[in-house]
Design a protein around this ligand. Structure first.
Ligand SMILES: *Cc1c(COP(=O)(O)O)cnc(C)c1O
Length: 371
């Protein structure tokens, strides 16, 4: 007989780049009885989940559903379905996740033209207009709304119109913005979008909400080649998620994760989108004031509210401070990623955690650690 120690994870305050702290209400929803993936009761829950996703994405797109997998699976879903080998595409890179988009597009066989600005900066409308003009044959432009590696918030207004004018599609990463910053899929002319559950929706990791416009569906339907990924092929997934052609089995939906997402979206909509964005803004300003009082400087020119990226002062061992926060205070924050490795801290104020208690607790702990 084997005796396995009972699972007893500590109750950490998760204030890094994700996952964020999950409220008990969502964990309880996850523990509800597992149904079959074709059970009418489950299909009902799933349909409600997709409808709430439309509300949070602010879209009427019929093709809106949670991909089985984390945010990166959403990125791959968008790319493998919309890009065909030989397509020219444009990717805007100002951090790690723009870089991953490029890598994924190349793996899908695209010729990638990049627009790059230094990490921490964002793209001007003029720079985007220029890159579109330089590559008129491109079929899609990919951009990150909330670049979690640098904490930069990209203004997306006006980009959709420029991209469409040039006959291209707009693909956007909103993994760290959905549920914390305004995301308006229809008003902003976004054709393909993905997000994640474990950031501003305060749900455990495991699903990636996506949505596709009519333009995107047209491009997918006109494909000459099969989508190289069987698991992420939207032409097959859409029957199950939208009911067109019947609810055919493709893969077993992660039932209990969908319960969790349904509960997380209910929490978002009960609070109301505007109130939720205002709360994130207010808590960001409170944190910002506290961090700046500790002498810490923000790195990005336009900071996200949901992810606060600050420089580590000279002579400080950033990893040692993070270890102390974790060991002595049960608080997790993130270190720098990519070019900011060892040089930055990334502090998340995502969903459930964007509150005074979390901000106050972290500031007090950080102050102690910094001496
Ligand atoms: C976290 C994140 C991802 C990847 O999500 P995973 O859930 O880790 O797969 C993609 N893009 C951005 C901007 C992110 O912050």
């Amino acid at each position: 007989m084997t005796i396995v120690e009972p699972l007893n994870p500590r109750e950490r305050l998760l204030m890094g780049p994700g996952p964020s702290t999950v409220p008990q209400r969502i964990l309880r929803a996850m523990g509800a009885s597992t149904l079959g993936h074709l059970d009418p009761q489950y299909i009902g829950y799933m349909d409600e989940t997709c409808q709430m996703l439309r509300d949070v994405f602010q879209t009427d797109n019929a093709l809106t559903f949670p991909v089985s997998g984390t945010g990166m699976a959403g990125m791959e879903t968008i790319i493998v379905n919309l890009v065909e080998p030989g397509d020219e595409v444009i990717v805007c890179i100002n951090g790690v996740f723009g870089g991953r988009m490029k890598d994924n597009m190349e793996r899908a066989g695209a010729t990638v033209h990049t627009l790059e600005v230094p990490w921490g900066e964002t793209f001007s409308q003029q720079a985007i207009a220029d890159v579109i003009a330089r590559h008129p044959a491109a079929k899609l432009l990919g951009i990150v709304h909330a670049e979690t590696s640098t904490g930069a918030l990209q203004d997306l207004s006006g980009i959709g119109a420029m991209v469409h004018e040039a006959g291209m599609l707009l693909a956007v990463d909103t993994v760290t913005s959905l549920g914390g910053h305004e995301v308006k899929v229809d008003d902003w002319g976004i054709d393909a979008i993905y997000s994640g559950t474990q950031k501003c929706l305060s749900c455990p990791p495991g699903l990636s909400p996506v949505s596709f416009s009519a333009r995107a569906i047209e491009k997918m339907e006109a494909r000459q080649t099969k989508v190289q990924s069987w698991y992420l092929d939207v032409s097959m997934l859409k029957n199950y998620y939208t009911g067109g052609g019947g609810r055919a089995y493709h893969h077993t939906a992660p039932i209990n994760m969908v319960y969790a997402l349904r509960e997380a979206l209910a929490i978002v909509l009960e609070e109301g989108l505007e109130a939720r964005f205002a709360r994130h803004r207010e808590m960001h300003l409170l944190l910002r004031e506290g961090l700046e009082n500790l002498g810490l400087k923000y790195i990005p020119t336009e900071s996200l509210c949901t992810l606060n990226c600050v420089s580590v002062p000279e002579g400080i061992d950033e990893a040692a401070i993070r270890s102390r926060l974790l060991d002595e205070y049960d608080i997790e924050i993130g270190g720098g990623l990519g070019v900011f490795a060892g040089k930055a801290w990334r502090i998340g104020l995502m969903g459930h955690n964007a509150n005074r208690r979390s901000v106050g607790t972290l500031l007090a702990a950080l102050k102690d650690c910094l001496g």
